[in-house]
Ligand binder design. Structure first.
Ligand SMILES: Cc1ncc(COP(=O)(O)O)c(C=O)c1O
Length: 384
């Protein structure tokens, strides 16, 4: 038998399976409200779309760019750090990537050897641990709960059998929406720095916060790798564009890896990326809609018995504890989809320990959909 590499045997993304089931029900004529998908329902802002159309109609051959990205985009991202955080980040430290997903591969390859240990929170974004595993890096899951605001702390790191080579944090986090507060973030970054732990900070949900401040690792650490993306705040999911802020010692290794693995990120998306920074009004209108959606869910989900939520400080998710319902999350979500016509994601996608007690609601869709989902859930629960 010809072998299949063990590294390829990573678990599936359960949310994708939910999406497939929801699509099958829709094809059979059912109406489904989609609270499972973690992506904006809006597209690229109008002005950026027009700029893209001009470039496609022009004489730019849109060939390979530098592996690190178009200089104009790197400068624009560097300016974003000054404008948004007052942080001075040199454009030479910005690496444009194929989504943050491409950024993770480059970041992990440049920072970790096979066999290294990288700590990360459970619940957390599943691809972190699956990409690490496929690269032969050991994902050391830290169980976090409501008491720790669902985020890893210095105390958690100190309790590990030995300190890891790396730590991944997501703030705001998927699936909980929890943000690491500024003092705790600085403490974590300083601890990592002093103890030779490479901090990887996933900042993909920056820009989508509700009354709290999300700290960028670029402002508090010279050794951390920042991962960011145009997929969420910038509403450009399918354009597959992201970026890294890279510490000095990893600049050249990362450039060589990027040249060999990807050659360059998509050229047209990079042009769109430059234009989208000037579309603040449209982007902020999206965030205002997320804020309304969040308010609807937090107010109305308790009507159908959902009462315990992780702090939904940012991103577009509500992570609800369903242990009171006495049913496993996978079965519960399946019934909710089939009987109520509301698609959600079971916590098992994010947390192998306690995920069966949780469900993730995404509020990236329309406010009308949030209201309709809540009404359906009330009726569903009333039917037993
Ligand atoms: C926390 C987090 N990081 C990274 C990603 C990957 O996003 P992309 O590759 O589109 O930038 C996602 C997507 O849902 C996410 O939720």
């Amino acid at each position: 038998m010809i072998k299949v590499a063990k590294r390829a045997l990573v678990p599936p993304f359960i949310v994708m399976d939910v999406m497939r089931e929801a699509a099958a029900l829709e094809a059979a004529g059912r109406s489904i409200i989609h609270l499972e998908v973690g992506q904006p329902s809006t597209g690229i802002p109008q002005a950026a779309a027009k700029q893209v159309a001009r470039i496609v109609g022009g004489d730019d051959p849109l060939g390979y760019t530098l592996a690190s990205g178009l200089p104009a985009l790197r400068s624009r991202i560097a300016r974003h750090y000054r404008d948004m955080y007052g942080a001075d980040v040199a454009a030479e430290r910005i690496f444009v990537t194929t989504g943050s997903s491409g950024g993770f591969v480059l970041a992990f390859l440049s920072a970790f050897e096979a066999g290294d240990r990288v700590a990360l929170a459970a619940p957390g974004y599943p691809a972190y641990r699956h990409i690490l595993t496929s690269l032969g890096v050991v994902a050391e899951l830290i169980e976090v709960d409501a008491a720790a605001r669902y985020q890893p702390t210095v105390a958690h790191l100190k309790k590990l059998p030995r300190l890891p080579e790396g730590l991944i944090v997501g703030s705001p986090a998927n699936p909980t929406g929890s943000v690491i507060l500024p003092d705790a973030f600085r403490e974590l970054a300083a601890f990592c720095d002093t103890n030779g732990i490479r901090l990887i900070s996933d900042e993909i949900y920056h820009g989508i916060t509700f009354g709290v401040t999300a700290t960028t690792a670029a402002g508090v650490s010279d050794t951390a790798i920042v991962v960011n993306s145009f997929s969420k705040y910038f509403s450009m999911t399918g354009w597959r564009l992201g970026w890294l802020v890279v510490p000095e010692d990893l600049k050249r290794p990362l450039e060589c890896l990027a040249q060999n693995l990807f050659i360059a990120p998509p050229a047209i998306s990079q042009h769109a990326g430059i234009a989208v920074f000037d579309c603040r009004a449209e982007l902020e209108a999206n965030v205002a809609r997320y804020a309304r959606n969040r308010e609807v869910l937090l107010r109305r989900l308790p009507e159908s018995g959902f009462t315990h939520f992780a702090p939904a400080d940012g991103a577009f998710y509500i992570y609800a504890d369903i242990s009171g319902f006495g049913e496993d999350a996978a079965a519960f979500c399946k019934r909710m989809l089939n009987e109520a016509g509301v698609a959600t994601t079971p916590g098992t996608d994010f947390d192998p320990f306690h995920g069966h007690h949780f469900v993730r609601f995404s509020f990236a869709g329309s406010t009308a959909d949030m209201e309709e989902a809540c009404t359906r859930l009330v009726n569903w629960r009333a039917q037993g």
